[in-house]
Design a protein around this ligand. Structure first.
Ligand SMILES: [Zn+2]
Length: 418
């Protein structure tokens, strides 16, 4: 290739290439940029990047790839390289619909330091000790008299319980960060967000995309692991020392664990399922497989899926379950809204027709009903936004383009269009 030497542009390797652990049938790779942004690319695109890093020009790259058996145009190479250049400069934009507001509480270097301090919790001896703590807590809990498990809750008890509970949310995120350090990733910031209507903390663990799937699952489970140890300690102390606030905090923690494990909202359960299936963008890939299934059933085309048969079947099951859960959720919201509007009307109507003033009790009811209705409408709007976003996915599929992965562990994994 000496004759090209003169007009080669310098193109130093920017970022690094690594295999991506996924259950997808074709082999894919991850191109990670210095900004931390990641692009999931095909084997052909990987070759393009490698040739570019060796200083080849687009024309020569296209010729080489075509000679290797994959026919690609210079335009394909040009477009791919332009997209990569854009990412080198700007990173991946993430219009994640679920997370509107996001504030950083701890920056990545602080989180890494704190995570390193707790990484020992994933060593074998620590796992055994923690399992013993959980078992001791369960024995203590179920051996205790019922009134100890359900103490009288005064406002001060509730207040202290809530504070203790909020502290455990931070420990939950530390669980993810410590796991990330343990499996060799670098955790990102810990921040505050509102998901749907739930105030939540998050730990950005986008760095783990480059790790094997079983390690990613450890990080996904890290929050629940730390949360269950804390709940066990609360149970031991709360029951033996008769400390009602801790018992109340346990109720909240258990509720959080259940909510977190549900794989239909983008909480821990979603990522556990995503990594267990080996499907990097569960929401969008599910829509794609479902769309192919529907058009196959309608006789338009043969069913095709980039995933192995078992994964495809699981995705279809997941799609069905998601539809049921979201419809159930939507119906509940509509019903709640109806009930609240009913209360508002029933309170206001007699005042209009009879002309008597509202009593204090009525006024309070009305206030609660209006507040509840507003909250419900807000929730409905957020659900609708998510629904509209699904519409976006479908539009994207129709136009034959592959999107840029909005839902990907907070730091996005982009998709190369191939
Ligand atoms: Zn979590």
């Amino acid at each position: 290739m000496l004759k090209d030497e003169a007009d080669r542009e310098p193109a130093l390797p920017i970022g690094r290439l690594m295999p991506f652990d996924s259950s997808e049938r074709r082999k894919t790779y991850l191109l990670e940029f210095p900004s931390g942004a990641k692009l999931r690319i095909s084997a052909v695109a990987k070759k393009v990047v490698e040739l570019r890093w060796r200083g080849e020009k687009p024309g020569a790259i296209a010729a080489k790839i075509t000679a290797g058996g994959d026919e690609r145009s210079v335009q394909y190479v040009d477009e791919l390289l332009a997209r990569i250049r854009g990412l080198e400069q700007n990173g991946i934009k993430q219009p994640d619909p679920g997370f509107g507001l996001r504030t950083t509480l701890f920056n990545p270097s602080t989180v890494t330091r704190m995570g390193s301090a707790f990484a020992w919790a994933y060593s074998k001896p620590a796992l055994v000790v923690n399992a013993c703590i959980v078992i001791a807590a369960l024995l203590t809990w179920f051996g205790a008299r019922p009134e100890r498990r359900a103490p009288h809750l005064e406002p001060s008890v509730l207040a202290v319980g809530y504070i203790a509970y909020f502290a455990t949310l931070f420990i939950h995120e530390m669980g993810h960060a410590a796991a990330c350090v343990r499996v060799g990733g670098r955790p990102g910031r810990i921040g505050f967000t509102i998901y749907l209507i739930f105030p939540a903390l998050f730990n950005d663990v986008g760095a783990i995309w480059s790790l094997p799937r079983h390690k990613r699952i450890v990080v996904d489970l890290g929050g629940l692991y730390f949360h269950s140890i804390i709940a066990a300690i609360f149970a031991l102390v709360g029951i033996t020392l008769h400390y009602a606030s801790l018992i109340f905090a346990i109720d909240l923690i258990l509720l959080t664990i259940v909510l977190n494990l549900n794989p239909f909202f983008k909480f821990d359960g979603y990522w556990i399922l995503s990594d267990a299936f080996g499907v990097h963008n569960l929401g969008r890939e599910t829509v794609k497989v479902l769309k192919s299934l529907i058009s196959a059933l309608a006789g338009f085309e043969r069913f095709k899926s980039p995933w192995p048969p078992l994964t495809s079947a699981l995705l279809i099951l997941y799609a069905g379950a998601t539809a049921i859960v979201w419809s159930f959720f939507a119906i509940r919201v509509i019903k709640a809204l109806g009930a609240q509007l009913h209360v508002i009307l029933m309170t206001v109507m007699p005042v209009w027709s009879g002309g008597h003033a509202l009593t204090g009790v009525e006024l309070r009811h009305l206030g609660f009903a209006i507040g509840g209705a507003l909250l419900t409408m807000y929730l409905a709007a957020r659900i609708l936004r998510r629904g509209l976003n699904l519409g976006e996915y479908v539009k994207l599929l129709r136009s034959g383009m592959r999107g840029r992965g909005p839902d990907s562990k907070l730091t996005g994994v982009g998709d190369e269009s191939s």
